[in-house]
Write a protein that binds this ligand. Structure first.
Ligand code: HEM
Length: 329
């Protein structure tokens, strides 16, 4: 998706390893912010610089390969096929009226973001969806029964693409949506930069917000989680209650994109909203459906998963959920 098809296995493996290292190492920076982390965590900072150099060594030849294909085809006939192609087609307005293309360095940064943001958010979503499934075994059993109805029960009956439209979507989407009510509220933006949104004010004279004047060009940073925290819209919101998304529930007509109304906006809203929304929902549904079909996921005895009490601590400390899975059929 990022660099186009046909990457050699060793290149894919090198990218995977490097990105994993990048994600692990960047946590300190997310907690402290780059300026403070540079002073406090200088060893880590040096490591990040080394990772950046490796990213440049690895990504720039791949970017240039797409550039060569584009040049060979000509601007008119070149169809955008992967993320890098869309970056190559991008023109940034410059003072003086002329547009410029992105530099290779900027493209490396954007590719790094593309290879880490979506992975991190999808994995976090899967973790919390599964955690909620463990915490509510009766929902897990109901979900499994519905999945078996669609895809069959034996180990040989794997979930295929054609099964997905017949899956109990309402259930899976509930998990996802509900997970976001819970996680995006509680997960601090330090851990998940995507959980905050930056709004630039542009009207002449600024705008009035709750009695405050926000000057023109001021940037307003807010947490996406807070957008889903209105108890009047979501009563009993700390409880994992997928039923709320069934017909008649308060979440029945929820719109994840925020284009109709904003009851929550886990994927952002407007022109810069997440373009990966459909794909990430598909991945989440596919993965959760497969996990629930194949395994019975349960608590480790002695480690109760009490979300109502432990929510804050669990989110902030990113404690792994102590759960185990056993094959169920
Ligand atoms: C559960 C999974 C995901 C969540 C919660 C999520 C959430 C978000 C959010 C909140 C933004 C910022 C939107 C804004 O600024 O208004 C964003 C941007 C973005 N996301 Fe996702 N995302 C997910 C998965 C993915 C996937 C799978 C892809 C691609 C394969 C993807 C690609 C992107 C890109 C390219 C942007 C930048 C868009 C821009 O700046 O114009 N995301 N995402």
């Amino acid at each position: 998706m990022c660099f186009g098809e046909g990457l050699a296995d060793d290149v894919t493996a090198a990218i995977t390893e490097l990105q994993r290292d990048f994600l692990k190492s960047s946590v300190g920076f997310q907690v402290f912010g780059a300026a403070v982390a540079k002073l406090l965590l200088w060893r880590l900072y040096k490591k990040m610089l080394a990772i950046r150099r490796q990213q440049e060594e690895l990504f720039i030849p791949l970017i240039r390969a797409r550039m060569a294909q584009r040049d060979a085809a000509g601007d008119e006939d070149f169809a955008v096929y992967c993320y890098v192609d869309s970056l190559l087609a991008l023109r940034i307005p410059k003072d003086g009226g002329r547009n410029r293309t992105l530099t290779e360095g900027e493209m490396v940064s954007l590719c790094t973001e593309f290879l880490s943001g979506p992975v991190d958010s999808t994995v976090t979503a899967i973790q919390w969806t599964m955690a909620n499934v463990v915490a509510r075994p009766e929902i897990q059993a109901k979900l499994r029964a519905e999945i078996h109805d669609v895809a069959g029960a034996g180990a040989a009956a794997t979930i295929q693409d054609e099964h997905l439209p017949r899956m109990p979507f309402w259930m899976l989407e509930c998990f996802i949506v509900n997970k976001y009510i819970v996680i995006i509220i509680k997960e601090s933006p330090y851990f998940s930069p995507q959980a905050s949104q930056n709004l630039m004010t542009s009207p002449e004279g600024g705008v009035m917000l709750e009695g405050f004047t926000v000057p023109k060009h001021a940037s307003v940073n807010f947490s996406l989680g807070d957008m889903a925290m209105d108890e009047e819209v979501w009563p009993d919101l700390k409880r994992f209650r997928p039923e709320r998304f069934l017909p008649g529930g308060e979440g029945e007509d929820v719109d994840l994109t925020g284009s109709k109304e904003i009851k929550m906006m886990p994927f952002g809203a407007g022109r810069r909203a997440c373009p990966g929304i459909d794909m990430s929902l598909l991945h989440l549904e596919y993965f959760v459906a497969t996990m629930v079909k194949e395994f019975e996921c349960m608590e480790v005895p002695g480690e109760p998963v009490d979300f109502a009490d432990k929510l804050e601590l669990t989110m902030v400390m990113r404690r792994p959920l102590r759960a185990k899975v056993v094959p169920c059929c």
